[in-house]
Design a protein around this ligand. Sequence first.
Ligand code: GCU
Length: 349
Amino acid sequence: MRLRIGAAIAAIASVTLSLSACSNLGGLDLNKVGEEGKTTWVKLALNQTETHPSYIALDHLSERFEERTDGRWKIDIYPNEQLGSQQEVLQFVKSGAIEMAIVSGTQLENLNKDFQVLNMPTTFSSVEHQMDVIRQPEIVGEVFSSLEESDNISVIGGFTQGSRNVYTSFGIVKTPADLAGKKIRVQESEMHIRMIELMGGSATPMSYGEVYTAIQSGVLDGAENNEVSYSTQRHMEVAPYFSYTNHLIGLDYMIMRHDLRQAMTDEDRAIFDEEWEKAMVEHTELWDKETKEAIAEAEATGATFDEVDREAFIEALTPIKDEFLTTDFQKQLFDAIRAADTSDAGGKK
Ligand code: GCU
């Protein structure tokens, strides 16, 4: 059902786009955004439920931005893939059919492979390390601005995805051998396909909203994600064995049409950026709390959470670094991120 609604709205969006191309009907008139006495409506696509920390933090951001601009700006959040899968909404932001979206790093990798560095096992030691690095323009600025001219996408910042882990319908996973021949869903990313192969499984790329049904029908044997997604997407109902492989600390990005960001006044852009910073802080605070609640909720349905042979997975994933850090720029970016790790998990300073 959700997919059908998404496809329908996607169709409407593409009609709006072709109309706006010839007559400026439907799309935002960038000469008039943020005008006094009028409201500029901004559409923000999200693939999470209304109970997910990303929705909560964005909802509060939307309220504050509206209030601080006296109602000249309103951000309308469309959760649950209502506007389409992340792959689709990325195209809509590029084309200007919608204005903002939260997309996983895997989506941006497909536009610029340098984003892979920020989405690779071993890059971040902790959420603290990750959120610290993405606030440092001297480290991530070049990558974050790399899509502005080519794809009309401004990367504003990020929300953590926390630690990602494997969960299955068939049983606890202790070692890579337990994943042999098992079909595990990954996000649409060359690197993540390889990641699951190295971890012993057979990777199936698929969009987020399709995973529940695919596991239920046996097309998949499992997936990998954080506890919050596991519970809010109800995946525990079809894959009750959650194993702490901790293979990746993932990252979602807030993206905005670059031409819209340019069309904002300096003052409105600064207000937005201040409120976005508060949204990142709120999201990180909520993350721990919601993770604990997600575990309790999944356990109440009979799901189990188990430790794995951590060393075996670390060892299995070792080749990924050499396979995917192929340019000098990528190697330097990786080294700069690692050097910036001052968290306890990094074991430095
Ligand atoms: C997480 C992440 C999403 C992503 C999803 C996925 O929930 O926050 O942005 O789409 O994982 O596995 O597809």
